[in-house]
Design a protein around this ligand. Structure first.
Ligand code: DAH
Length: 346
């Protein structure tokens, strides 16, 4: 191509491009324009490649024209681009709205579940009395859940502790009580000892306001020399004073547990009415708090501790039960349904 032909091609390309730009109405069309006229395969680029073949004198003249054409197209392009950007931004600003007065979606701080709080409170009280925490498995064998606790097969006390059985083996089950931990600790640790063991337990029971197939217990065990029932009573009365926050009368009622002899149920004077009778204590004036007793010599023998040399006491409480009494909660299911209106009260 001659220099003159190139020059007229360049002017024509400029006219074409500026004309085409007039027909562009949005940024999508603008992008098509950029590819057609300004991209690597665009018309102007193709013409520019011809400039390199010209003589030196022509090359600088035609090259200067080529640069002007290129700059003109680019400037016109930039002007349109800015106009579209402003136009589209204004459209969005007038249609999309953010209500800055709406509350934000920040994360609410959580807190420890009431059952964990109560468990920690109880642990702290017994910790101050020299007890340490021991734990045991929730999937147990019927040896630890029953036999070692002086409850052989066919013993009627097994009926009240029906639980869930696994398909690992007929004798592998979910523990129905934390008393299992007493046996596991005594097998491994020489007396004297003082332990408490909080944890989850299971019962095959119909759900209602007072019963749930999963709940929590806290077990206590003290083994030493010449331990008396009076010491058991003193310790638990002090526990109740610290747990319920004031000195309260206590009473023991005879009861039966296979692993303690004698056994008792411990009642506390109702802290809400101080014994005169109210809704919480069912107008009895007393709250039934926990089971306890002197460890049966058979249990000690079973783990190789000489009952002539050592003796002791044990107790076990339902954590939901004492929590319900302390905070006047009327339905055990509140602890498991995770309704924030309930949980946030603690
Ligand atoms: N394990 C008993 C239950 O589930 C509670 C209990 C009663 C535990 C008396 C004890 C105890 O250690 O001495 O009903």
């Amino acid at each position: 191509m001659t220099p003159e032909e190139l020059e007229s091609k360049l002017t024509e390309a400029e006219r074409n491009a500026l004309g085409a730009l007039e027909e562009v109405h949005d940024s999508a069309q603008l992008e098509e324009f950029r590819l057609k006229f300004m991209g690597k395969k665009g018309e102007v680029t193709a013409i520019l490649s011809g400039v390199g073949q010209l003589d030196k004198a022509d090359r600088s003249r035609v090259g200067a024209l080529a640069n002007t054409v290129k700059t003109n197209i680019e400037q016109a392009f930039e002007t349109r681009k800015r106009a579209f950007y402003n136009q589209e931004l204004n459209e969005r600003l007038s249609t999309e709205r953010i209500d800055v007065t709406l509350p934000g979606t920040g994360l609410k701080p959580g807190h420890i579940h009431p059952l964990t709080q109560i468990t920690n409170d109880i642990i702290e009280i017994f910790h101050g009395m020299g007890f340490s925490v021991a734990e045991g498995p929730e999937v147990e064998t019927d040896y630890y859940n029953f036999d070692a606790l002086n409850t052989p097969d066919n013993h009627p006390a097994r009926d009240s502790q029906d639980t869930f059985y696994t398909n690992i083996n007929p004798s592998v089950l979910l523990r129905s009580q934390t008393s299992t931990v007493q046996v596991r600790v005594m097998e491994k640790t020489k007396p004297p000892l003082r332990i408490i063991s909080p944890g989850r337990v299971y019962r095959n029971e119909e759900v209602n306001a007072r019963k749930y197939p999963l709940f929590h217990q806290l077990e206590g065990l003290l083994i030493d020399k010449d331990v008396t029932f009076g010491e058991l009573k003193g310790l638990l009365t002090e526990f109740i004073r610290l747990f319920l926050g004031k000195p309260l009368k206590t009473r023991f009622r005879p009861d039966f547990f296979p692993f303690t002899e004698p056994s008792a149920e411990l009642d506390s004077q109702c802290p809400f009415c101080m014994g005169s009778g109210c809704k919480v204590c069912g107008h009895r004036g007393w709250l039934e708090l926990l089971g306890c007793g002197m460890v049966d010599p058979n249990v000690l023998k079973g783990v190789g501790i000489d009952p002539e040399e050592w003796n002791g006491f044990a107790f076990g409480m339902g954590i939901e039960r004492v929590a319900m009494l302390k905070y006047d909660v009327n339905d055990i299911r509140h602890f498991f349904t995770n309704d924030l209106r309930f949980l946030e009260q603690f």
